[in-house]
Write a protein that binds this ligand. Structure first.
Ligand code: SF4
Ligand code: SF4
Length: 97
């Protein structure tokens, strides 16, 4: 996921930090301005809760270009083939035992 922060719009309210299920965000303060920052980008689930809750449209989340997302995806077909293989193996073991 790509997480973009618009620092000029962020008021450091912390709503996104409190509601992020992945613990991706935190609030930093440079002495004059509190602002959100991304601390654990790899844990982003892409739920966009942060985007929806932000009162100032200061955070944006979008998918990384194809192939850059780190989450592993198992296709339904691969799952079906594996499951069928397992059932077949169990049937063979059951009947020839
Ligand atoms: S999209 Fe979800 S997981 Fe990612 S930073 Fe926003 S609230 Fe956290
Ligand atoms: S909810 Fe928006 S304004 Fe508040 S800290 Fe997060 S990004 Fe900044």
């Amino acid at each position: 996921m790509e997480i973009e922060i618009f620092t000029d719009k962020c008021i450091g309210c912390g709503k996104c930090v409190e509601n992020c299920p992945g613990g991706v965000l935190s609030i930093t303060n440079d002495g004059s301005h509190s602002c959100v920052s991304v601390t654990n980008k790899d844990f982003c689930l892409g739920c966009k809760r942060c985007t929806r809750l932000c009162p100032n449209y200061a955070i944006k989340v979008r998918r990384s270009p194809k192939g850059e997302n780190k989450r592993v995806f198992i296709s339904p077909r691969a799952l079906f083939v594996s499951f069928s293989f397992l059932i077949g193996l169990m049937a063979i073991l059951f009947f020839f035992n």
